[in-house]
Design a protein around this ligand. Structure first.
Ligand SMILES: Cc1ncc(COP(=O)(O)O)c(C=O)c1O
Length: 311
């Protein structure tokens, strides 16, 4: 991490702005020791009218749902949460980047039951390239993937629709497996062996010209997943949510992952099968449409943007 730049960042915590090195919790905090942290990763992009946050209301609604599923109480209502996010972007003077919104229990607790009382709240607004030293994503190069032995968390064990830190051990183990096998990303199958998603990505394939992805229930209700389904239909591309056997990957015309930071992530090799034409035509059309939407150049989707100005 580029510490020098991060030291310049203002971090929202429980109503105040603090510095990077102050954004800490105790090792005995319930959220650290038990993983009871909920979060959102949200993008904001430059538009002609200043930076705008992508689908902020939908992210906050998902955050509220994560809290509800885990019986956590948020300290702010919906509009105040939106303002905390936009206000953190404004305070850091960034034109584009990533927000991480975190709800956590800072209080130390030995027991598995969470502390009483509302969650603590933190908001980070970062430029992943300048602040974290990440390289810009190369859409044309795409990624390689394998189908992991590790299965997606069974929804009968934890409420997987909650975007909770503890669930990410599942993605971490699958990602480590992919790395060990020389691939960039893992595809996780659900407990019954159907295609689910990546460690931190939704998964799509195109077959017979139709865009297909796993139904909700076994995968995260990803904001990008939702957006791609809606945008595809808007563009006249048929889009279906359906259970897909793993073999469908080997016959698909296109395979791609999707998430907030990178939007569309074309797969150029999956389990030894080469997809030499990746990025394919559907991935390209969807990516171009999303780029236009986030930068405020698609009036039909203007309601997806939450302007930072005035926050
Ligand atoms: C398991 C999982 N699926 C899908 C996604 C993509 O979600 P979003 O589009 O909201 O970034 C994520 C994001 O981190 C994820 O963790």
């Amino acid at each position: 991490m580029e510490d020098s730049v991060l030291r310049e960042r203002w971090i929202y915590r429980n109503g105040d702005f603090i510095r990077w090195e102050e954004a800490t919790v105790h090792l005995m905090s319930h959220s650290f020791a038990r993983g009871a942290t909920i979060f959102e990763v949200i993008r904001f992009d430059a538009t002609a009218r200043g930076p705008a946050v992508f689908r902020l209301h939908d992210h906050i609604a998902r955050f509220e749902n994560s809290a509800r599923l885990l019986a956590m109480r948020l300290p702010l209502d919906h509009d105040a949460l939106c303002r905390a996010v936009a206000g953190t972007v404004a305070r850091n003077g960034l034109e584009s980047g990533i927000v991480k919104l975190v709800g956590y229990h800072a209080a130390p607790k030995l027991d598995v039951l969470p502390p009483e009382g509302a969650l603590d709240l933190a908001v980070f607004a970062l430029d992943p390239v300048a602040d974290l030293g990440l390289s810009p994503f190369d859409f044309e190069a795409g990624v390689t993937a394998v189908v992991a032995e590790t299965r997606k968390l069974d929804p009968r064990t934890v409420p997987i629709a909650a975007k909770a830190a503890a669930h990410y051990l599942n993605g971490m183990v699958a990602a480590l497996e992919a790395k060990r096998r020389g691939a960039d990303l893992a595809v996780l199958l659900d407990p019954e062996g159907f295609l689910a998603e990546g460690p931190t990505e939704s998964l799509f394939l195109v077959s017979g010209g139709v865009l297909r992805t796993a139904p909700l229930g076994g995968v995260l209700d990803s904001i990008t997943r939702r957006s791609l389904l809606e945008v595809a239909r808007h563009l006249g591309i048929e889009a279906r949510e359906e259970r897909l056997p793993a073999e469908r990957l080997l016959a698909a015309e296109e395979v791609f992952f999707a998430n907030t930071p990178f939007q569309v992530i074309p797969v150029r090799r999956i389990e030894g099968r080469e997809l030499p034409d990746a990025p394919g035509p559907v991935a390209r059309r969807l990516r171009e449409a999303l780029r236009r939407i986030v930068s405020g150049r698609e009036p039909a989707f203007a309601s997806w943007l939450y302007p930072v100005s005035g926050a």
